[in-house]
Design a protein around this ligand. Structure first.
Ligand SMILES: Cc1ncc(COP(=O)(O)O)c(C=O)c1O
Length: 391
């Protein structure tokens, strides 16, 4: 029996060091990172400014608790609210925790409005995390199976089906809609801008909170600091994590207007969330992203990947769709995907498969255009090989 609970089917590979878009395994073999630790190392591995922040802050102060003022937390809150147009922040340690904060905020808002069972509308193929609240918001019987009873108070509707939402407007228990502007685990599916605008209108009309989960799509990945800024529809509540710490754990739930007034003293808490170290790192990340408008690299890198992919692909009919926004890239294939990730590793590239048949690329914003071409061509070569090997 392993000393680790086997919650992951791990590949038999361990990395020993990284720099920018490159990882090296324990034998010194080089890999081009098309995954960024699942949308985390958006600034690349071991960015010198992050390394420097961790070294300086960790030799000054790591943790004091939220019983005291934390200047680094106040500074990060000011930076994030100013960059997003939100009004207030709650810091935690992960994406699931950020969504738990949003769910609690929405429920309290619902109670303030007299709801009996405050209910949050969520979408099919959504992923919001694995803690019990986030899991109830997540679609899919497979992830929920054997963990029932699920938390009540979620109503699931098909994605981009406005009539399903309009059919709920008489339900006075509804307090919020929670969506990923670009669904990640569900197959890299951006929601149509028109649908997002309709969500905004409906929320304004019904006084429901519009809550965006940008745990994966945020922090520069989609060609704006947060994807909603590119899509032109602002939420009342915004959650993010992953790339906010570039590898150091941190999450945040931001809120605006009335939503920013909902949680008060004693309503929510965390021991570790918003520590001086985590906040110093996230400040460095936000400042690098903003000062270098690094997110403007997302589209050229995407283009270089897809151009090389299409040039190298021998049979275009094996690709059924290419989706995404910026550096969330989904390539849906009709080919079997078993063993595809390993075949990519054998060629020195790191990719992921999600939702069964979608190759997911989440490369860092610091990937060079040459590396992007290498990644795109590499993915095509893996598909070419799979086509030849599939009877
Ligand atoms: C959109 C979205 N929300 C929430 C989560 C959960 O984040 P974490 O794994 O940090 O709890 C993820 C993780 O993949 C995600 O993609």
């Amino acid at each position: 029996m392993s000393a680790l609970m086997p919650t992951y089917k791990r590949l038999p590979l361990a990395f020993s060091r990284g720099a920018g878009a490159i990882l090296w395994d324990q034998r010194g073999q080089r890999y081009l990172d098309g995954l960024s630790g699942i949308a985390v190392t958006n600034l690349g591995h071991c960015h010198p400014a992050i390394t420097e922040t961790i070294a300086t802050q960790s030799s000054t102060l790591l943790h004091t608790s939220n019983l005291f003022r934390i200047p680094a937390q106040e500074r990060l809150a000011a930076e994030l609210t100013s960059a997003t147009g939100m009004d207030s922040s709650f810091f935690c340690n992960s994406g699931a925790e950020a969504n738990e904060a949003a769910i609690k905020l929405a429920r309290r808002y619902g109670h303030q409005r007299g709801a009996k069972i405050p209910s949050i509308i969520v979408l099919e193929s959504a992923f919001h995390g694995r803690t019990m609240g986030a899991l109830a918001a997540t679609a899919g019987h497979i992830m929920q199976a054997d963990f029932e009873p699920m938390l009540p108070g979620f109503i699931r509707v098909p994605r981009e089906d406005l009539s399903a939402l309009k059919a709920l407007t008489d339900n006075t228990d509804i307090c919020a809609i929670l969506v990923e502007p670009v669904q990640g685990e569900g197959g890299v599916r951006p929601l149509a801008e028109q649908y997002l605008r309709e969500l905004r209108n409906l929320c304004d009309q019904q006084q429901w909170l519009l809550m965006f989960d940008e745990v994966q799509s945020g922090n520069g990945r989609c060609g704006a600091l947060y994807a909603f800024q590119r899509l032109g529809v602002a939420p009342d509540v915004l959650t993010t994590a992953k790339g906010l710490g570039n590898g150091f754990p941190i999450g945040v739930c931001l809120a605006k207007g009335n939503a920013a007034e909902v949680l008060g003293a004693g309503h929510h808490g965390t021991t570790f969330g918003g520590s001086p170290l985590a906040c110093a790192v996230a400040s460095t990340v936000i400042n690098i992203l903003s000062s270098e408008t690094l997110w403007s690299q997302a589209d050229p890198i995407r283009q270089a990947i897809l151009t090389a992919f299409e040039a190298e692909l021998e049979d275009a009919s094996v690709v059924t769709d290419i989706r995404g926004l910026g550096l969330m890239i989904g390539i849906e294939t009709a080919l079997p995907t078993d063993g595809l990730v390993q075949r990519a590793l054998d060629r020195g590239i790191i990719v992921n498969v999600t939702a069964g048949n979608t190759i997911r690329l989440l490369p860092p914003l610091v990937m060079s255009l040459d590396e992007a071409g290498e990644l795109g061509a590499g993915v095509a070569q893996v598909l070419n090989q799979t086509t030849r090997d599939t009877p």
